[in-house]
Structure formats: structure tokens, C-alpha cells
Design a protein around this ligand. Structure first.
Ligand code: DQA
Length: 154
């Protein structure tokens, strides 16, 4: 199973950026923890491989989503950052590609400003994990691997 982790704008600043909201773990810490879990969830028949990307640019994120349509990617873990609340282009790309994804937010967006309550990708996500910090990414990975195993014939 091939999973692409897509991290939106400002998530490169994790650890330093508003740690009282986003925690003290860096993006590298999160990606390392995901890689460790991916190897734990791998079996000889079904290896779980991860590719992690972060961009501050909307078009670059759209390009990464589009590239996944033809490179063997099975699913995304997606934290679109601020683009969650604004990006029609990212939503359109996710619909065009049609791969399942779990939307992750470190913070509980519903306990914050009203503009963060709306997500333009929520209704097309396979599921959403909000407010559980870095752990949300690990739960998303487990969920996608379980979902794929349940979908397998036999
Ligand atoms: C975020 C929440 C967004 O509202 C914000 O713009 C982010 C991070 C989160 O992970 O909690 O950049 O997606």
C-alpha cells in the first residue's frame, strides 16, 4: 500500500509555531513516527510505503495530488493547513483524482475561530481526525491500512 502524506502551508514551522496550539513536535518528528508505524503495519505481502511532502503553495499541493493519480498511490493523509478553509482548487484536484484520504488537523478547529469551522474537503474525505495533535496522523495511517485490508477480496 502506498500512502502520500500531504502537509499544507506553515506546517514546516511545527514545533516553533504557536506550540500551545500545535504542540512541540516538528514535522520531521511526525514523519519519522509515521515511518516507524508504517514499518510496524507492513507485512511481507503488503508493505506500507509512505511519501511525505509539505508545501506552502496551493498549486504545488494540487500538482502533488494530480501526480498521485498515475504513480501507484493508494491514499492520502492530508492536512491542508489554511487551505482547508479556502481552496476550491485543492478540493477539485482531490475529486478529480478520486483517491481516498483522511483529513487531519492537529488542533480542534471547532474550538477556534469561526472561519476554521468550514472545511472545503470534509465532505469528500474518507474520514477526519481533528484536535488530537500529532497522534492524529498515526490514527489516520492505521485507519487507511485497516480500510484497505477490509476492502480486500476474501
Ligand atoms: C490546521 C488548522 C488550520 O486552521 C490552520 O490554518 C493550520 C493548521 C491544524 O492542523 O490544526 O495551518 O490545519
Amino acid at each position: 500500500m502506498q500512502i502520500v502524506v500531504l502537509q499544507g502551508p506553515n506546517l514546516n514551522l511545527l514545533g516553533r509555531r504557536e506550540p500551545e496550539i500545535y504542540g512541540r513536535e516538528t514535522l520531521d518528528d511526525i514523519h519519522r513516527a509515521l515511518a516507524t508505524l508504517a514499518s510496524e503495519l507492513s507485512t511481507p505481502d503488503e508493505p506500507v510505503t509512505l511519501r511525505c511532502h509539505q508545501s506552502n503553495h496551493e498549486g504545488a499541493l494540487v500538482d502533488l495530488v494530480q501526480a498521485a493519480a498515475s504513480d501507484g498511490t493508494d491514499a492520502f493523509i492530508l492536512n491542508p493547513g489554511g487551505y482547508t478553509h479556502t481552496s476550491v482548487a485543492l478540493r477539485d484536484a482531490l475529486i478529480a483524482v478520486g483517491l481516498p484520504f483522511v483529513e487531519v488537523h492537529l488542533s480542534n478547529v471547532y474550538a477556534r475561530e469561526a472561519f476554521r469551522h468550514r472545511s472545503l474537503v470534509a465532505d469528500i474525505a474518507a474520514g477526519r481526525i481533528v484536535g488530537l495533535g500529532a497522534q492524529g496522523y498515526l490514527l489516520a495511517l492505521r485507519a487507511l491500512v485497516n480500510r484497505a485490508a477490509e476492502a480486500e477480496p476474501g
